[in-house]
Design a protein around this ligand. Structure first.
Ligand code: PMP
Length: 345
């Protein structure tokens, strides 16, 4: 991989915005440099643009140097930045592997980047031969989601390894749901081996903090520097930084308990659903949701909706025909789901 050639020339030459908080980082008593309101509350000052304290905490928690960490306004921001850093509009391509998370294509479409698609196999694994055929000299990025949304399965590590070896561009591994997959499944501890790897994670799923909008990207420091160069100056607000710091110090045990509970509820729900006549298949899941194939998915969808239960219709997604994606709720919510299905005529 040649980072010099992969990154857009205008990004290399970009002179980034230098904020007031960036230019002065030491101790002082009077800050008259950022046009803030001097009478304001604790929120009157701009936050740390590089989220130093939070990154230090994450660095310890994930055993990874701070220089390998980017923080964004959700991992959606990281997806958008990565596309804008590497792909020249109207010229370059990304490769995505449907059925998968929708934002890779949306962000590329917004930036006028061509999206090539290579379906997963019927077992929702990588089709290595097709992937190889689909790569062109203009393919800058390949997105792999593991565990995959909406199918729920982990992508086999051996095939990810092969892709990392054959592809000269950047492989983005989206690990949004990795905490549900059990220990040892994340690629984070292998990051230093692959200069062309970016790993995405998020506080929106297992941490239960979707509302604060905090996403993470882990990569070689050269790539992280580019992401920091392109991001808006204060992309992670103070409230978010504070909430995440608090969760990391106080709620790790709570998070672990919730993951265990969600995973055991997932198995319970899976067994109950598999026993049902209208259920054709429940796909194995390493995430916090189940992909379920129904004989009449629209009938089930509207029946649940009329009872106030919303699930995700994936029937129009390739390889997911007839499928609804059901997030694992609390035991009470899951019970209500089953009782509502029982009440179908
Ligand atoms: N990646 C995947 C696979 C997702 O499912 C989602 C959200 N549904 C995201 C990324 C975006 O997460 P965030 O809330 O961090 O923007």
């Amino acid at each position: 991989m040649n980072l010099q050639e992969l990154v857009r020339p205008n990004i290399w030459s970009l002179k980034p915005y230098s904020s007031a908080r960036h230019e002065f980082e030491g101790q002082a008593d009077v800050f008259l440099d950022a046009n803030e309101n001097p009478y304001g509350s604790v929120y009157s000052r701009y936050p740390d643009p590089l989220q130093t304290e939070l990154k230090e905490k994450i660095s310890i928690y994930r055993s990874i140097p701070t220089g390998n960490i980017f923080l964004g306004n959700g991992s959606d921001e990281a997806i958008d930045l990565i596309i804008r850093i590497f792909c020249n509009p109207g010229m370059d391509e990304i490769l995505i592997l449907p059925p998968t998370y929708g934002m890779y294509k949306v962000c590329a479409d917004i930036s006028d980047i061509k999206v090539k698609e290579c379906l997963l196999t019927p077992e929702f694994q990588l089709d290595l031969a097709q992937i190889k055929n689909s790569l062109t000299p203009r393919t800058k990025l390949l997105f792999i989601c593991t565990p995959n949304n909406p199918t729920g399965n982990l992508i086999e590590p051996g095939s990810i390894e092969k892709v990392l070896q054959v592809f000269n561009g950047i492989v983005v591994l989206d690990e949004a749901y990795i905490d549900f997959a059990g220990p040892g499944q994340s690629w984070l501890d292998k990051l230093s081996r692959y200069p062309n790897l970016i790993i995405l994670q998020t506080f929106s799923k297992a941490w239960g903090l979707a509302a604060i909008r905090l996403g993470l990207a882990f990569a070689a420091p050269e790539i992280i520097d580019l992401m920091n160069k392109v991001k808006p100056p204060y992309n992670v607000n103070l409230l978010t930084q504070q909430a995440a710091l608090r969760s990391l110090s106080e709620y790790e045990a709570k998070k672990s308990r919730e993951i265990s509970e969600i995973n055991s509820e997932k198995m319970r729900l899976m067994n109950l659903l598999e026993a049902r006549e209208e259920v054709l298949k429940v796909y194995p899941s390493d995430a916090n949701f189940l992909l379920v194939k129904f004989s009449d998915p629209h009938y089930v969808f509207y029946h649940l909706r009329n009872a106030g239960i919303i699930v995700r219709d994936r029937t129009n997604t390739p390889l997911c025909e007839g499928c609804l994606r059901i997030t694992i709720g609390t035991p009470k919510e899951n019970q209500l789901l089953i009782e509502t299905l029982n009440s179908m005529v």
